[in-house]
Design a protein around this ligand. Structure first.
Ligand SMILES: Nc1nc2c(ncn2[C@@H]2O[C@H](COP(=O)(O)OP(=O)(O)OP(=O)(O)O)[C@@H](O)[C@H]2O)c(=O)[nH]1
Ligand SMILES: [Mg+2]
Length: 312
C-alpha cells in the first residue's frame, strides 16, 4: 500500500515560505481598515471618516507565492462609554498577544496623545515583532515628517517603523516586505482564494452600516446596528437581501427614515450599489428600521446583534 504525501499544497511552497497573523492596532480613525483594504487590493472592511467604525476584529487574508499574511483589523482602542465600546476595546486588545506581528498604526497628521501612549505601552509589552506605522503622511508637509515621526518613535520600542499613506498607497510595497521578513516560517493556513473570514451576509450588513455612517451625523450612526435577516442568491444571479436597521430610540428612527422615507432610500441605494459591486449581480435590498432600546448598553442585546463577548 502506498501512502499519500501529506499536505500536498505545502510541497509546492518555497522552503522559506512565511505566514502568520498581523494585528493592526491603534486609536479610532487612524486608518487601520483603509490600510488593510489597500494591502489586500480589495474592500473587506468598511471605512468612514467617523471614529469607531470597526466594531469587531475581522480577517483579511493576503496570499502570495512567498507568504500568507493574515491581517487582523481591529476596532480603535478608546475609553469605552457603554457595553458595546467595552466589547470593541476588549476584542482589539485581545488581538495583540495573539499576533505573530503587531502593527501599531498612528496618524502622523497629529501629535501623539495619551491614547497613543497607552496603546504603545500595550504593544511594547508583547514578545512578537512590532512595527510602528506612521500613516496619513500625505497630510504632513515633507519637512515636518521627521520630527513628528520621532515623537511617535519615542512612545515605545519597535522593531522598525515606516512612513505610509494607506489612502494613496504610498510606502505599501516596502511595508509588505517589512511584514513578510518578520513573520515566522510556516504554511498557508487558508486556501489561496479566501480573502476574509466574513460571510457575504455580514459584509452586506457592514456595507449598509457604512452608508448610515456616510449619510448621518454625530451620534445617530453610532447607535445603529444592522442585521441581515435574509440573504438569498437567486438562479438568475441576483441577490435578495432583507435587513433590519436597529436604533436605540424612536427619535433616531425618524432621522434614519427621513421625510417620506427619503433618507432611508438614499442609504439603501448607496448600500445596494456597494453590495452589487461585491456580488457582481443585481441586488434587491429591503431595509426595516426598528427600535431596540439602549442596545449598546445591554450585553444580552449585543449578543443578539452579533457582538459576542470576546473569547477568554
Ligand atoms: N489623508 C488620509 N486619510 C486617510 C489615510 N488612511 C485613512 N484615511 C482616512 O481616515 C478615515 C478613517 O479611516 P478608517 O480606515 O475607517 O480608520 P480606522 O482606524 O479603521 O477607524 P476605526 O475603525 O474607527 O478604528 C477615513 O476617512 C479614511 O479615508 C491616509 O493615509 N491619508
Ligand atoms: Mg476600522
Amino acid at each position: 500500500m502506498t501512502t499519500e504525501p501529506e499536505l500536498t499544497i505545502s510541497e509546492e511552497l518555497p522552503a522559506d515560505h512565511r505566514s502568520g497573523y498581523v494585528a493592526v492596532i491603534g486609536k479610532p480613525n487612524v486608518g487601520k481598515s483603509t490600510l488593510m483594504n489597500a494591502l489586500l487590493g480589495q474592500k473587506v472592511a468598511i471605512v468612514s471618516p467617523k471614529p469607531q467604525t470597526t466594531r469587531q476584529p475581522l480577517l483579511g487574508i493576503l496570499t502570495r507565492p512567498e507568504a500568507q499574511l493574515i491581517f487582523v483589523d481591529t476596532p480603535g482602542i478608546h475609553l469605552p462609554h457603554h457595553a458595546l465600546g467595552e466589547y470593541m476595546v476588549a476584542s482589539a486588545k485581545q488581538a495583540i498577544p495573539d499576533a505573530d506581528l503587531v502593527c501599531f498604526l498612528v496618524d502622523l497628521s497629529g501629535e501623539p496623545d495619551g491614547a497613543d501612549r497607552a496603546i504603545a505601552k500595550l504593544v511594547s509589552a508583547v514578545r512578537a515583532p512590532k512595527l510602528l506605522l506612521l500613516n496619513k503622511a500625505d497630510l504632513v508637509p515633507a519637512e515636518a515628517v521627521e520630527a513628528r515621526a520621532a515623537a511617535y518613535r519615542a512612545l515605545g520600542t519597535f522593531d522598525g517603523d515606516l512612513v505610509i499613506s494607506a489612502l494613496q498607497g504610498a510606502g505599501l510595497d516596502a511595508l509588505l516586505q517589512a511584514m513578510i521578513q518578520r513573520l515566522p516560517l510556516g504554511p498557508r493556513y487558508f486556501p489561496e482564494e479566501q480573502v476574509t473570514d466574513q460571510y457575504m451576509r455580514s459584509i452586506a450588513a457592514e456595507m449598509i452600516r457604512e452608508q448610515v455612517l456616510n449619510h448621518l451625523e454625530q451620534e445617530v450612526p453610532h447607535a445603529v446596528a444592522v442585521v441581515v435577516e435574509e440573504y438569498k442568491e437567486r438562479e438568475d444571479g441576483s441577490t435578495y437581501i432583507a435587513a433590519n436597521v436597529f436604533v436605540e430610540k424612536e427619535s433616531q428612527k425618524g432621522i434614519i427614515i427621513g421625510a417620506q422615507g427619503s433618507m432611508l432610500k438614499r442609504i439603501g441605494q448607496a448600500a445596494r450599489a456597494e453590495i452589487e459591486a461585491m456580488t457582481g449581480g443585481k441586488v434587491f435590498l429591503e431595509l426595516w428600521v426598528k427600535v431596540l432600546k439602549n442596545w449598546r448598553k445591554e450585553p444580552h442585546l449585543l449578543k443578539r446583534l452579533g457582538y459576542a463577548p470576546p473569547r477568554r
